[in-house]
Ligand binder design. Structure first.
Ligand SMILES: [Zn+2]
Length: 72
């Protein structure tokens, strides 16, 4: 199994990382700092992607919405 702290490979049933001493038995804390940073990064990338897509598609989308609005 891979060490959460240093990323090095340890034996499958190892209790502690032999490289950095990290406890490998309970690495699944849901709200660690790295987990939160990863989540924030993913959210930021998603928002940025949608923002860029919005900027790129704003004009054609407005034309499209205008076309629908005037159709009915
Ligand atoms: Zn380690």
């Amino acid at each position: 199994m891979k060490c959460e702290k240093c990323g090095k490979e340890n034996k499958k049933n190892a209790s502690f990382c032999k490289f950095c001493g990290e406890n490998l038995l309970n690495p699944e804390e849901p709200l660690t700092l790295s987990f939160m940073l990863k989540s924030l990064f993913v959210i930021y990338v998603l928002i940025f992607t949608f923002y860029v897509a919005y900027l790129a598609l704003e004009k054609p989308f407005q034309d499209f919405a205008y076309g629908i609005a005037t159709k009915y």
